[in-house]
Each structure stands twice: as C-alpha cells, then as structure tokens.
Design a binder for this molecule. Structure first.
Ligand SMILES: [Zn+2]
Length: 504
C-alpha cells in the first residue's frame, strides 16, 4: 500500500463554516475516499486555525475568553463536517500542545541550519485582519483589501522577527517549473510563478503585544505570526519532531483555496527549505463558491447558510452538487434553482430511478435473486470504459469529470432498461434474455455504488445494501469492478434513494 497524506486548509474560528469552506472539505474527502478505494494507505488531516486576531475579536464580541470561544467553534465545525460525512483521520487545532511544540521545533531547525534566515527588523504597512497579513499596493483595491472589501485596513508599525523569504525565489521557481513541487491547476501555478518573478520580500513572522499565540522561541515579548504558526499544522499532524514523523511527511497533497496560494506555494515551501526538510509534493488551489457573483465568506456577510444548504436535500446531494456543478477548479455559482434541477435530473430521475426500477424488476420477476446468466456485453463494455475514464480523471483530481463519468453509466443503464424492456421479455416468457438483462443491470448498479461512494458515501451504502452486498461500498476491492460479484445476491427494494420533494 502506498501512503497518501492529504490536508485541507484549517479554518479560522470566527464564525460558522460557510459553503466555500464546505466545498473544500468535501472535495478533499472525495479524494481521500477515492484513494482508499484504490488501496492507498490514506491519512487525511483537517483542523482549526485558532490564533488569529479575528478570533480574539469574535471572542470579545461574544463576551468569552478566547480559549472558551475556540473550543466552542471547534465543536461547531466538527459537527458540520460530521454531518457532511467528512472522513478525516486526524483533527488538529493550533491551540494544542502538540502543535506549539512542532512550531517551536521548526523554528529551531531553521535557526540551526540557516541562522541568517531569521532576523530582527521593523515593519510598517497596511494590515488586513481578514487575511491576517500586511497588504502590498498591488493587493489593495480602492483603499481596501481585494479579498475583504468591507473591512478597514489597519496602519501598523512594529519591531518584529523576520524570515528571509527573498533568498528562496530562484529555487522555488525552479522547483515549481520542473514540477518537483507541483502547483495545480495551471492557472494558479502561473499566478504563483508571476508572483515569485516579481520579487519576494522578507516577511515578518512575529507579533509583539499580541499574547494570543505561540510564544516566539527566545523572545517572550513576541508571539509567532498566525500564518507562520498555521502552516506548520501540516507537520504537527505527522507527530513532528518526534521520530517517525517522516512516515507521513512529506504531504502528498495540500488542498487550499486560491486566495491563500501565496502562503502555501511560496512561504511554506521556503520555510521548509530553510529548515532543510522535504517539500509537499503537490498543492491544489480550488476556486470559490459564489453567490450572485460574489465570493461566499463570513466577513463579506453574503450568501446562503451551510445549514440551509444541507437541509435542502440532505448532505449527500449537497456533496454531489458542489463537486458536479461548482467543480474544484474555477469559481462557480451556487443557486437554489440549479441545485434543485440537479437533484431532480441527476439524482431522483437519474441514479435513483435506475436503482428503483432494476431492484423492483429483480423483486417482481426473480424474488430479488441475481442469476448467473451471462451479462450483456454492451452495458458491460460501457461499465469498463466508464471505470477507466473515471480512474484517469480522479487521479488528476478532476472531481467534476469523475462525477460526469459515473453519471454517463447512469445514462447507459437507463438507456439499457428502455431498450431491453425487461417487462416485455417477462411477458413473452423469454427467460434467458430476461435473466441476462437483470444480471447486467445488477452489475451496473454494483459499479455505480462504488464509483459514487467518494461523492455520496451514505447513498452509496444504501444502494450497496439493497444490492445484497456485505459491509460498505467503500470496502469493495477496486479490481472487483472489472467483474462485479453479484451472482446469487439477494437484493431488496428499499425506500427511494432520492425521494421527490416539493422543491425538486
Ligand atoms: Zn483581506
């Protein structure tokens, strides 16, 4: 088994999660589930970023101590991710002692290997509390942060510890260009390359008079700058600096939003190079979920609540919709109309209808038992072709493409039902043809249960049990998809997978 360590961005504890954050977690979960299906030894890390100024602000606004506040928020987020079936193996919080230890160990390693990379200096500039960073002129639009137009930038001047980021531009350019450090998709890679080419400035990595943070080693008046702190969570999750952390490190994949690619594709690899540690293999920077053309975010105060989006048709349909309609690459618009249309067309009338028709016919004509009749070659060939296409797309992290591939098998299945008309074969007493059609359709549903499982784990398991299979679809062996073991299975027609509702 090969190790596959993937992470998501960790979220600020300053309010409930929104749909954009949910899309990221669902996409990562979909990849984690797909890798497990392929037999990888997956380690999937998610967590919370708890040391920002916005957290202190939120705690103050709510009249509680920051620690009480972050504990409360961590529970809120964990509840949402559980409702959405996120299957992370570890949950890191930056207020945990294991993380503070890891941050201090990384700083010591930089101090030890490249002492010149850390120095004292003074910084003056405009600070965005939403981004938790000093903004450069090119990032300021009409006097506001481009990402947070509703927040005021804060004029800030302080003596700080600095990191010599400027030293790493040329090496980073070479590593990204050669693909040794892979930044995807290409549009983000090009942005990062242009940014590095325009020249890197050294960055401040500590804050004075801001006690809510990890103490800066050797300087009790300073805490570690929240971003420098947060990025190290990916190492803390491996047990760094304890021996054995390199069983997980380097990470295979960091999944982030496009707005924080500078931190992950420039600052983070430079920090690791300064500590003389291996770089993550790949960063994937997805686009935003938009609502009426603007980015969904807490600070901007726009959009639809995650809770209402889950309640609309349930967690699995939301997972499917986000991956299929918004995708994991560019920005995409969330609208209730499109959600309802996808639910009806792809789920209720597509997969749901195919499953209920096939299971009903198996029950009616064969008491639910799948015969050992030879399968129809046309539908079986579609199944094999779809599997190969799905695998290639999912390997490339093209989740929308993977969902499309799986649904082309739904269409093939529904077409096969219409063309073979098993009810007519039953009426005409053509038993051999009827058995062959039903076995082919059972094989098709078996494949669909497995291919759909990364997107809709709960619905896939419902279909799996209806097919008379043991355990869960996620535990199926990938190689079984070549010849689904359905012969002799006792199927049952349960409740509709995707009931029609008054919105669909
Ligand atoms: Zn900002």
């Amino acid at each position: 088994m090969s190790k596959y360590f993937l992470t998501t961005a960790i979220d600020y504890s300053n309010g409930d999660p929104h749909l954009g954050q949910a899309m990221e977690k669902i996409g990562a979960d979909c990849i984690a589930r797909y890798r497990r299906l392929r037999g990888d030894d997956v380690h999937f890390l998610m967590g919370m970023d708890e040391h920002s100024q916005s957290v202190v602000q939120a705690a103050e606004d709510n009249g509680v101590d920051p620690q009480v506040w972050v504990d409360r928020m961590a529970e809120r987020f964990a509840d949402f991710w559980a409702r959405l079936h996120c299957s992370h193996d570890d949950w890191i919080r930056t207020t945990e002692p294991r993380h503070a230890r890891s941050v201090q160990a990384l700083l010591s390693r930089i101090q030890e290997h490249n002492p010149d990379d850390l120095f004292l200096g003074e910084y003056e500039g405009l600070y965005c509390i939403g981004c938790e960073e000093f903004k450069q002129d090119s990032q300021i639009v009409d006097g506001h942060c481009g990402e947070h137009p509703t927040l005021e930038l804060k004029e800030t001047k302080e003596a700080n510890h600095f990191f010599r980021l400027s030293r790493y531009g040329d090496r980073l350019l070479a590593l990204i260009t050669s693909g040794e450090f892979s930044v995807e998709p290409a549009i983000r890679r090009n942005e990062v390359l242009r940014l590095i080419e325009s020249g890197l400035q050294d960055i401040s990595i500590s804050r004075s008079r801001f006690p809510w943070g990890i103490p800066f080693p050797g300087d009790p008046d300073h805490t570690v700058y929240v971003w420098f702190d947060a990025l190290i969570n990916y190492l803390s999750g491996t047990g760094f600096p304890d021996p054995g952390y390199d069983k997980l490190w380097p990470a295979d994949l960091h999944i982030i939003g496009k707005g924080i690619s500078r931190f992950h594709c420039v600052i983070w690899p430079a920090m690791l190079m300064a500590a003389e540690m291996p770089l993550p293999k790949q960063v994937w920077a997805h686009g935003y979920v938009q609502w009426e053309g603007t980015k969904m975010s807490k600070t901007a105060g726009t959009g639809v609540s995650l809770g209402s989006a889950i309640e609309r048709h349930g967690p699995d349909p939301l997972r499917y919709f986000l991956m299929r309609e918004i995708g994991f690459e560019s920005d995409g618009n969330f609208t209730w109309d499109r959600f309802d249309e996808r639910y009806k067309a792809d789920l209720a009338d597509g997969l749901g209808n195919l499953a209920s028709r096939v299971l009903a016919m198996l029950g009616k004509y064969r008491d639910g038992r799948v015969s050992d009749a030879p399968a129809d070659t046309t539908l079986d060939a579609s199944g094999s072709e779809v599997m190969a296409r799905y695998q290639a797309l999912m390997d490339d992290l093209d989740l929308r493409g993977g969902a499309e591939a799986a649904w082309s098998l739904v269409s093939a299945g529904n077409l096969f039902v219409a063309q073979t008309a098993p009810w007519a074969l039953a009426k005409a007493g053509q038993d051999a043809e009827l058995d062959s059609a039903l076995t082919s359709l059972a094989r098709c549903l078996y494949r669909l249960a497995v291919l759909v499982s990364p997107f809709m784990p709960e619905k896939s398991d419902e279909l799996w049990s209806a097919l008379g299979q043991e355990g869960t679809a996620a535990a199926a062996r990938w190689q079984d998809l070549a010849k689904p073991p359905v012969i002799g299975a006792q199927t049952t027609k349960g409740a509709a997978l995707f009931p029609k509702t008054n919105t669909a």
